[in-house]
Design a protein around this ligand. Structure first.
Ligand code: GLU
Length: 303
């Protein structure tokens, strides 16, 4: 069986998704990504899926999965179909990995973190030709010395030479856990996702994902990377920097604030309405082209 079942072509109905990682609770930056993907999907009469990216149990925050789904519900989001959990798809990833190894597109690597510390993130290929056994080894994907390009709906043209800027990258870690890059491509293809709307921190992961799509004969989705919210010290708003989890009782004002950050023009009075109504307004008035076409937005400058 091919690891990627046939998926509808991109000309078919819109399928979007929100794919949180349960290593922390949702914060204002996640709300921006959830809201943008939701409004963009619903404005196109599309489906909107939620996928739990729980590939890394040691980094999972106990209770975060439930809390994330409860927060989405309290904020008025309605997803289509059951929530897919990556932890339930390990067999698919294993099969795809075996396929890449069989085609000699991937290889085992035993380089330590220490060995690689001097190489500025670009893997120098030490294990490329060694034909090491797969046990107690990471698996890396061989990348071509060519540019992978796409046109982001918001950020415009983006290109990256995989060999020069990334190097052969890990698709299964040495501890046996599958890498995000592999799982995300297999899942988006399997779920028939046509449109990926997510934070701009993933813009430079996209060329790796385009390459994997090519290897699996998966259709290429459209992409829209929304600006990341940055804290005063320049850090990304995220779990690592202890941004506060979304308040359950602040749903409407925070949704309205997120809409403004996304360049939309909600009536301030909407903050007094229920979250379902704010979302209805968002989907009816959604203007993707009004989102500021930048990689970051300073939190302090948001109204
Ligand atoms: N799971 C990723 C995150 O929480 C998002 C993945 C994606 O949207 O492709 O940052």
């Amino acid at each position: 069986m091919s690891p990627v079942p046939t998926t509808p072509s991109q000309d078919g109905p819109y399928v979007g998704r929100f794919a949180p990682t349960p290593s922390g609770y949702l914060h204002f930056g996640s709300l921006i990504a959830a809201l943008a993907s939701y409004a963009d999907a619903r404005a196109a009469d599309g489906r909107w899926l939620v996928r739990m990216e729980d590939l890394d149990p040691p980094r999972e925050l106990p209770g975060a999965q439930t809390a994330i789904l409860q927060t989405l519900e309290r904020y008025g989001f309605e997803w289509d179909g059951p929530v897919v959990r990556q932890s339930e798809r390990l067999e698919v990833y294993r099969e795809a990995l075996g396929d890449l190894l069989d085609r000699d597109l991937a290889y085992a690597c035993r380089c330590s973190r220490k060995t690689l510390a001097d190489y500025a993130g670009v893997y120098p290929g030490f294990c490329r030709e060694l034909k090491l056994g797969r046990e107690d080894a990471a698996i890396r994907l061989r990348v071509p010395d060519s540019a992978y390009r796409f046109i982001d709906r918001l950020q415009g043209a983006f290109a990256q030479n995989l060999a020069q800027e990334v190097g052969d990258f890990v698709i299964r870690r040495r501890d046996g856990l599958f890498a995000y890059q592999l799982a995300v491509v297999l899942d988006d293809a399997w779920q028939g996702v046509t449109d990926i709307v997510r934070g701009a921190d993933l813009l430079d992961s996209t060329p790796r994902q385009l390459y994997l799509q090519e290897l699996f004969d998966a259709p290429r989705p459209r992409y829209l990377h929304v600006p990341l919210i940055i804290q005063p010290d320049g850090h990304k708003l995220g779990k690592r920097y202890r941004s506060p989890p979304l308040e359950p009782h602040q749903a409407s004002p925070l949704l309205v604030r997120a809409l403004r950050a996304l360049g939309q023009r909600p009536d301030p009075a909407l903050a007094e309405a229920g979250p379902a109504e704010v979302l209805r307004w968002a989907c009816q008035h959604w203007q993707a082209q009004a989102i500021p076409p930048t990689l970051t937005l300073a939190e302090a400058q948001l109204r």
